[in-house]
Write a protein that binds this ligand. Structure first.
Ligand SMILES: Cc1ncc(C[n+]2csc(CCOP(=O)(O)OP(=O)(O)O)c2C)c(N)n1
Ligand code: SF4
Length: 340
């Protein structure tokens, strides 16, 4: 991990928009990611938040962790509600009822609320071109209701509805690729992010906010009880997901693919899988199958990134990372009151 990601957290505002006191499990990767995303988004936003873990842990009436205008919506309709908010704000602006200040409309949901039940609402909102940012917090199952599989659950993972038995060893299907699905709507911006790489995450939130039209952010969110990991390993697992290539960090900016965290060599997926209880029933053959698929998809992603600019690839991604490091260090110095 570059130093930039250590410093990045210190460069963020000390103001909390997702306040402490919520009831997320200790080590919840989603709560860490939400906190960072909210810091990057700031105050001038309206959130539509689908039912799921983050809604349940953050808003037991009459309490709330949300220090921003926040609407709890159903499991399936975060993108539809965000569409309505965006259209409503536009109308109010047109009628002179509110000033011209930019108010970012944000929708958030888990992988179930995004890849399964909310997919139709999301597709409609992307297709209509609403100016909003959609954030999917992907903990790879329906965690709020007791770890049921979703279409984003990875191959081989054990959940209560993809159990391991004499015949099967967990989830039988491959993870749905939401980046490809959202990008197929020709939206201006889509990106993956991880709480293990805060600088990258914050930059992508900012890009999403600046984008005119729909932007989509897919954030990996380790879940200790659902993944069968120790609370203190959550962020390390998120980092391993990136470094093994299982969850590559990249963006699709106006159709151009760019890998934002380049990997000279992939860490073997075994190192990631072996640390998690949900993969305890994987056979060596299944691990091999997963490794092959990860290598193939990583290669495809690299080719897409290189197609745009044949000189891009390892060198470009690395130099970008260094640029980021310099930038983070600079902000850190400014914050610390040191000369730039
Ligand atoms: C129409 C409907 N069906 C089922 C539910 C029950 N339900 C609430 S949250 C949830 C799962 C949420 O999973 P996900 O979106 O992945 O978020 P997570 O809890 O994992 O963060 C389910 C099944 C519901 N609220 N509404
Ligand atoms: S069940 Fe998982 S996603 Fe839900 S609050 Fe706990 S750690 Fe977070």
């Amino acid at each position: 991990m570059s130093d930039a990601n250590v410093y990045a957290v210190k460069t963020l505002t000390s103001k909390e928009y997702f306040a402490p006191g919520h009831r997320a499990c200790s080590g919840c990767g989603q709560a860490v990611a939400v906190r960072m995303v909210q810091k990057a988004l700031g105050r001038n936003i309206v959130m539509a938040s689908a039912t799921g873990c983050m809604e349940v842990v953050s808003s037991p009436f009459p309490q709330s962790s949300w220090e921003v205008p926040w609407i709890h919506v159903a499991f399936e309709n975060a993108a539809a509600v965000a569409s309505g908010i965006e259209a409503g704000l536009k109308a109010q602006r047109r009628k002179g009822k509110i000033d011209g200040r930019k108010i970012t409309v944000v929708a958030m949901a888990g992988d179930g609320g995004t890849a399964d039940i909310g997919l139709q609402a999301l597709s409609g909102a992307l297709e209509r071109g609403h100016d909003f940012l959609y954030v999917c917090y992907d903990n790879e199952a329906y965690m709020n209701t007791g770890v049921q599989r979703s279409s984003a659950t990875p191959f081989g993972a054990v959940t209560t509805t993809s159990p391991a038995g004499r015949v099967n060893s967990g989830q039988l299907t491959w993870k749905k690729n939401m980046m490809r699905i959202t990008a197929a709507h020709d939206i201006p911006y889509a990106a993956t992010a991880s709480p293990s790489h805060p600088l990258d995450l914050v930059e992508k939130v900012k890009k999403g906010m600046e984008t005119e039209g729909p932007a989509y952010l897919h954030v990996l969110s380790p879940c200790p009880p659902g993944w069968g990991i120790a609370a203190e390993d959550s962020i390390q697992l998120a980092r391993l997901a990136v470094e093994t290539g299982i969850f590559p960090l990249y963006e699709i900016d106006k159709g151009k693919h760019r890998i934002t965290m380049n990997l000279e060599k992939l860490v073997p997926v075994k190192q990631y899988l072996k640390k998690q209880g949900r993969f305890r029933r994987l056979s060596p053959e299944m691990m091999e199958e997963i490794q092959e698929r990860v290598c193939k998809e990583w290669q495809e992603l690299r080719e897409k990134a290189e197609q745009i600019d044949p000189s891009a690839g390892a060198d470009e991604a690395l130099s970008k990372e260094q640029e980021g490091e310099t930038e983070a260090a600079k902000i850190f110095r400014v914050k610390a009151g040191a000369p730039v």
